[in-house]
Design a binder for this molecule. Structure first.
Ligand SMILES: [Zn+2]
Length: 280
């Protein structure tokens, strides 16, 4: 599933390809996305110029003229790209937005259809949407004190806390495992037992890992591509994710895989020593 670095890459690559350009029409496939595209939205986005492209958590926000917003979630296999109209749309392309003279198109493709695209008419409704989803702070804006408090308040394990979008937005299975390795913390460690210096080490690790992944344009596993249609390269840099039984790059001990918070969780049993208070 695309996580923050992948969504950020899509946003950064869409920005120069979309901002200032006008969506002139909407073509929707008959297949249902997780949230069906409403025909009434066609008139809302058509003939509106794109003012900005932002990311919030794993959401892509395309701000249009007259305070309208196209909000896209990539789900498991979503791809949001700008492509030349001469390039035939691939199978599973569900939405096509021709731009300006029609030479280029914004396309939303999603093989497994867990993604969604929706429209909001005014900023207050968009804000209400994010309030309702209780989306937590961006990792780059986490305040050390607030983060320590979030960990101190919960009996859950660190892996579960990192996956909780209400605590920190945008981190998923890959970057949770990679951040915990970087911070030398066991994923089953109970959050409330984490010392302040360890919490700060984890906060810095999350930021460092996400920034390195963004610099590599995200990780291409499954069908992820950036907004230009190109794959990312960070999958080659994984230290623990998907490396079960391979030697740890730091100490040579085989990487372990356990199930935590319903997800496969990869860690080095030597570099990320379990403390007494862990929970499987
Ligand atoms: Zn190790």
């Amino acid at each position: 599933m695309p996580e923050l670095p992948e969504v950020e890459t899509v946003v950064r690559e869409l920005r120069p390809r979309l901002v200032g350009r006008r969506i002139v029409a909407v073509r929707a496939s008959r297949q249902r996305l997780r949230l069906p595209w409403s025909k009434s939205w066609n008139a809302v986005v058509a003939n509106r110029r794109v003012l900005a492209v932002h990311r919030r958590g794993k959401w892509i926000l395309v701000a249009l003229e007259e305070e309208r917003f196209l909000v896209v979630h990539l789900g498991m296999t979503g791809q949001l790209t700008v492509m030349p109209a001469t390039e035939p749309p691939q199978s599973h392309t569900h939405l096509i937005f021709p731009l300006d003279d029609g030479a280029q198109q914004l396309r939303f493709r999603d093989i497994r259809r867990f993604g969604s695209a929706r429209v909001f008419f005014e900023p207050a409704r968009l804000q209400q949407f994010f309030d309702d989803t209780k989306l937590g702070p961006e990792p780059f804006e986490l305040k050390p004190g607030d983060w320590q408090d979030s960990l101190a308040r919960t009996h859950r394990c660190l892996k579960a806390v990192l996956l909780d979008q209400r605590v920190v937005a945008g981190v998923g299975n890959i970057y949770a495992d990679e951040s915990l390795f970087e911070a030398r913390l066991h994923p089953a460690r109970i959050a409330e037992t984490v010392r302040k210096d360890e919490a700060e080490r984890l906060r810095c690790a999350i930021v460092a890992v996400l920034n390195r992944a963004i610099a590599k344009r995200g990780s291409s596993i499954r069908n992820y591509v950036g907004g230009s249609g190109l794959k990312g390269d960070y999958q080659d840099e994984f230290r623990v994710y998907g490396r079960t039984d391979e030697p740890c790059a730091k100490c040579g001990v085989p990487i372990s895989c356990i199930r935590l918070a319903g997800r496969s969780t990869h860690f080095c049993p030597r570099c990320q020593k379990a403390k007494l208070e862990t929970r499987n």
